[in-house]
Design a protein around this ligand. Structure first.
Ligand code: ATP
Length: 299
């Protein structure tokens, strides 16, 4: 199955161009949309989910014209927005039964099977009798996925699901996505590079409403092979180094010196050693080569 976007653009009434000619094909599997705040990720997600219309462009899911056949398309869609509703004091199991009934699954045995499966996939079976209102943030996010699995969507869109989750919950949530990503198209947006590194078979970097890069994480990292160099400098020397070299990121080491990563085709000087590129290097170099918005912070 392929979701295909052609030249999708959107300018809001206030003049902000949130999407600028987005053209991309997305296949089955986990697709990570990575970008900084304001890059246009939510705008793109809402547009694909047909919650807002683009000014121009086309979207197809296989042969289905998404923008013209919205109702048909929505039957195949599961969408988890960045923020979703307040839950009544009902258990997860009761609520899922309620939602399944609303979706027209009236046969009790069928509904039971669907609800139990959704609870199992999202690892909520053990807490299915607890009120969703009392769930932790991560459990609520997983409940959101359970809810959207009820109508067996082909395409699942999840907008910044890991924001605000603690490391253990984030890990559990990503495992659930990994599980469902094997037989669906799952698109999820994040500004956390590690989310994409750990999970995605395909990814794109978005900034200023434009796709700056699209490939597998492995391919993108391979593109920087032999070009990442590191050195350690005293904190007060960082500015001089930045003037001379293409510094892409830096972090403090245990002696409070700065470990600096530099992009260069050949060794910048004897002071540097060659280093293995990471997806974070890809993200920072891609953004810093883009003229659109802020450069990444280096200190
Ligand atoms: N309804 C709206 N009206 C006007 N401007 C908007 C609207 N929604 C988003 N924007 C602007 O469009 C740009 C893209 O926003 P969007 O929310 O799509 O980015 P994002 O990548 O999801 O960011 P974040 O990670 O902060 O949610 C931003 O400049 C934002 O301020």
């Amino acid at each position: 199955m392929i979701l295909s976007l052609k030249n999708v653009s959107k300018t809001y009434d206030n003049g902000v161009k949130a999407l600028d000619g987005v053209t991309i094909d997305i296949h089955n599997g986990m697709f990570g949309l990575l970008g900084p705040n304001g890059a246009g990720k939510s705008s793109l997600m809402r547009t694909i989910a047909t919650l807002q219309s683009p000014d121009s462009g086309e979207i197809h899911l296989e042969n289905l014209n998404v923008l013209e056949e919205k109702i048909e398309f929505r039957k195949t869609l599961g969408y988890l927005p960045q923020e979703f509703g307040v839950y009544p004091k009902m258990s997860a199991e009761e609520l899922l039964h309620y939602f399944a009934s609303l979706k027209g699954i009236t046969n009790k045995a069928e509904r039971n099977a669907i609800v139990e499966k959704a609870l199992e996939v999202t690892n909520l079976s053990e807490v299915k009798h607890k009120h969703v209102a009392g769930y932790s943030g991560g459990m609520k996010q997983r409940f959101g996925i359970a809810q959207l699995l009820l109508n067996d969507p082909k395409l699942i869109i999840v907008d910044e699901p890991t924001a605000g989750l603690d490391p253990a919950e984030r890990h559990r949530f990503l495992n659930v996505l990994r599980e469902i990503g094997t037989n669906h198209i799952v698109i999820f947006s994040t500004h956390i590079v590690d989310d994409v590194k750990e999970l995605c078979t395909d990814m794109a970097i978005l900034n200023g409403g434009r796709i700056l890069a699209h490939a597998t994480p492995k391919e993108l990292v391979a593109g920087l092979q032999g070009k990442i160099w590191t050195t350690v400098v005293a904190r007060e020397n960082i500015e001089a180094l930045q003037k001379e070299y293409n510094v892409i990121s830096s972090s403090f080491d245990e002696d409070n010196n700065l470990k600096v990563r530099v992009l260069a085709d050949v060794s910048p000087s004897e002071q540097f050693t060659a280093n293995t590129p990471t997806l974070e290097d890809v993200y920072f170099t891609t953004l810093s080569e883009d003229q659109y918005i802020a450069q990444p912070e280096t200190v």
